[in-house]
Every structure is written in C-alpha cells, then in structure tokens.
Design a protein. Structure first.
Length: 184
C-alpha cells in the first residue's frame, strides 16, 4: 500500500481544548503503531484534509516518523480554500506550521466554503485516491468521522481497501501499557 488517509474526531468532539492534553499522546501513539506497520509494507503517502484535531496530531506524528523513514510524505487536501479563516489566531498559526511542513498541499474545490457539500466531496475525492483509511472512531459517539467512514466502507465493497478503525478500546490498551511500563 502506497497511500493511506487518516482522520478522526475534531479536538472539541473529544473535549480536548489544549495542545498539551495527555489524550493527544495516546491518540498519536495509536496512529503511530498503525502507520509503522504500513511503512514496513511500503507506505509512501499519508493524506489528511487539515481538519483540527486528530488529523493535525497525526500530521505531527508523520513528521516525527520521517526522521527514520524519510521517504514518507504528507499531503494536505483541504475541502475548500482558506478553511482556517474563521479559526482563532493561535489555531491558525498551528495549522500553518503543519501546512508549511507538508510535502503537498491543495484544495479540492478551489473556492472558499459555500456548503457542506464540499465536505462530502472531500471525503469522496480522498477515498477514491487512497488505498486505505485509518480512523479514530467510536460507534457509540458518532460525530464527524462517521461520514468519512461511510464513504470508506462503501469503497471497500467495490475494491480491495484497507480500513483500520482505532477504537476507545485500542486507546485504553495503550494507556494501560503506559501505566504498566511506568510502574516497572
């Protein structure tokens, strides 16, 4: 597999309002584990849409992974132009740091926000371009990843498509491992 998209909840959907929140560490580790396996199998590109939360945290993880896997690249395909325009200044600054380090950046609809249809188009476009999706998702707490996941599930019925769902259980295993290892 050469290309995989990653997504998950927006930070506010997880109740995370601070970049130093410990939950981000566990989310990044969960994605890191999945990405490392795919890198060993030839992964070259990680694709995000630049959404606040999981996607940008994974972008940071990709940058860290590039130190040992310099062939790995990050593409940011935003659903529309200037998606960060309504965000707080600190958030815009963080987003721009990620964008500046990305290997490829483009907007799918080539115009500013007009309707939710652009988000749907983004999900469909990216899923058609990649060979798989890694998503942080909880069946009991739906939210924004639900729509991306639905498109990925439909795609997996048409062709061979890697779909990896990181669940709250997966995060709990990482937390328990960390706690166990810190007690040793």
């Amino acid at each position: 597999m050469k290309t995989v998209a990653v997504t998950g909840y927006k930070a506010f959907e997880l109740g995370i309002f601070d970049q130093k929140h410990i939950g981000i560490t566990y989310i990044r580790k969960a994605f890191r584990q999945r990405l490392l396996t795919l890198i060993e199998e030839g992964l070259e590109w990680v694709i995000i849409s630049g959404q606040l939360g999981v996607e940008l945290w994974v972008a940071e993880e990709v940058f860290a992974l590039k130190e040992k896997s310099p062939h790995l690249k990050l593409a940011v395909l935003t659903p529309f132009l200037e998606q960060e325009s309504g965000w707080k200044e600190a958030t815009q600054s963080y987003y721009r740091e990620i964008i500046a380090k990305a290997d490829f950046v483009d907007s799918i609809t080539k115009r500013p926000y007009e309707s939710p249809q652009q988000l749907k188009q983004k999900n469909e476009f990216i899923i058609q371009k990649v060979e798989g999706l890694i998503v942080l998702y909880d069946e009991e707490k739906q939210g924004s990843p639900k729509y991306y996941l639905e498109v990925a599930k439909r795609e997996s019925e048409k062709r061979e498509f890697y779909l990896s769902i990181i669940t709250p259980y997966d995060l709990n295993v990482i937390i328990e491992d960390e706690q166990y290892n810190s007690e040793q």
